[in-house]
Design a protein around this ligand. Structure first.
Ligand SMILES: [Mn+2]
Length: 321
């Protein structure tokens, strides 16, 4: 484990602790905050631990025990000084309305696995970019602190693990991840139900939109590039996360793009690649503020969807190996 000595010492000296996570709460962030709260309470029973985030927990994750009652919205509680604040699973600069709550601490901390995170920007941290999820790091903290693993702790840890690895499919899954998963299962958690709630269950509106997207799919460059356009009306009240993955996992497709129209001549673009083409470079080429990762990137572009599609075809033609 990356050294967590200072983080542990700060918590051992603390009487009040605040836990938070960046905006757009996901399965790993919610799971990490809940598991860390339980672990701290068990290791240091006298410590007052509170959870404050910008938004309420999205309904997809409210099945996790405590998710409804323990998370407070930043707008509803005044910032109060605490001994230690910890942001889980992301950047302290992305806390939204919870920023003053996080900053009102004697020591600011971070538990995270994002490559972009910098331990020098906080006072105490456990940051390991090799970890498959932030909850994997919370499990390491439990072991380090001698906090026994039971189903209450294991369920949110497992939720974060399956969310971030897409059920152990992504590259960041390592042998240690699967050993951790085995230990979590041994506590008796309903692991299949957790995967159903966190990943498999889809809102009806999203599935209907998925159908329209696939019916409208276009390809170019010998079907090595695939894309689809969705109108603003179609995406207004539907969560679109993950839809673009359906486009890249088509046999022969190497680059995929989902173009979502936004008002007059604006397009929100999501890009995916199987690895041969760096789509973060492609996103930057299409828009100055575009960017992301080599295999997953995005941009917002001031052009019509037809113009953006033509630009992508031209650019990808020169990038395909
Ligand atoms: Mn994560």
């Amino acid at each position: 484990m990356v050294d967590a000595h200072q983080l542990t010492r700060a918590l051992a000296e603390a009487r009040t602790v605040l836990l938070t996570a960046p905006v757009d709460l996901d399965g790993d962030a919610v799971g990490a905050v809940l598991a860390l709260e339980t672990a701290i309470r068990r290791r240091w029973p006298a410590v007052d631990v509170r959870i404050v985030t910008d938004e309420a927990v999205p309904s997809r994750y409210t099945f996790m025990a405590g998710a409804r009652e323990k998370f407070r919205r930043a707008a509803e509680v005044p910032p109060e000084p605490v001994d230690v604040s910890i942001v889980c699973d992301g950047d302290p600069a992305r806390l939204g309305a919870a920023t003053p709550h996080y900053n009102a601490a004697r020591r600011r901390g971070q538990v995270d696995h994002h490559k972009s995170s910098d331990p020098k920007k906080v006072d105490v941290s456990l940051i390991d970019p090799e970890a498959a999820s932030t909850t994997e790091l919370v499990l390491q903290l439990c072991d380090h602190w001698g906090v026994a693993l039971d189903a209450e702790l294991a369920a949110p840890i497992y939720a974060g693990l399956v969310f971030d690895t897409n059920v152990f499919r992504y590259r960041l899954t390592r042998p240690l991840t699967l050993r951790a998963a085995a230990r979590l299962m041994e506590t008796g958690i309903d692991h299949a139900a957790i995967v159903e709630r966190v990943l498999l269950d889809q809102p009806l509106g999203k599935q209907l939109l998925r159908g329209r997207m696939l019916a409208r799919l276009e390809t170019a460059l010998d079907a090595r590039l695939a894309w689809a356009v969705l109108t603003q009306e179609e995406t207004e009240s539907v969560e679109t996360g993950g839809l673009v993955d359906d486009l890249v996992f088509i046999e022969g497709v190497e680059v995929a793009a989902l173009l979502m129209e936004r008002g007059d001549r604006h397009v929100k673009l999501s890009l995916r690649s199987r690895g041969g083409v760096d789509v973060s470079a492609l996103a930057r080429r299409l828009a100055p503020k575009g960017g992301g990762h080599a295999r997953a990137a995005g941009a917002t572009i001031e052009k019509s969807a037809a113009e953006v599609a033509a630009d992508i075809v031209a650019a990808v033609a020169g990038l395909l190996p």
